[in-house]
Design a protein. Sequence first.
Length: 124
Amino acid sequence: MSGGVSGAPPRVLCRLEEIADGQAKGFDLGDDAIFVVRAGRQVYAYRNACPHTGGPLDWDDEGFMSDSGEHILCQTHGALFRIDTGACLAGPCLGDCLATVAVALDGHDQVVLTQVKGVEVPAT
């Protein structure tokens, strides 16, 4: 896992247990919004922006996941995305991908943000 700017540790977003398996949690980073999806002990993070409209995927209270928990869902028009790659499988943005954000699990089961917009993120 890489460190942040000037060797600072990555920014902690939450503990793994705060995201139910097969679910996602959103985070406001000030000038950016992201969400993290949990699949067992794996975590995947994406910008909260649909490649079709640029709008947030979770515009209502239903969250980021399909009813089955097998796919990421854009609430605006029903596009489905793979959890592990962010690739669109169905909907108007078929073939496009969600923008990935680098996260990892640290040795304390914390989800840490390691990069966003190609720039390493310092701890806060």
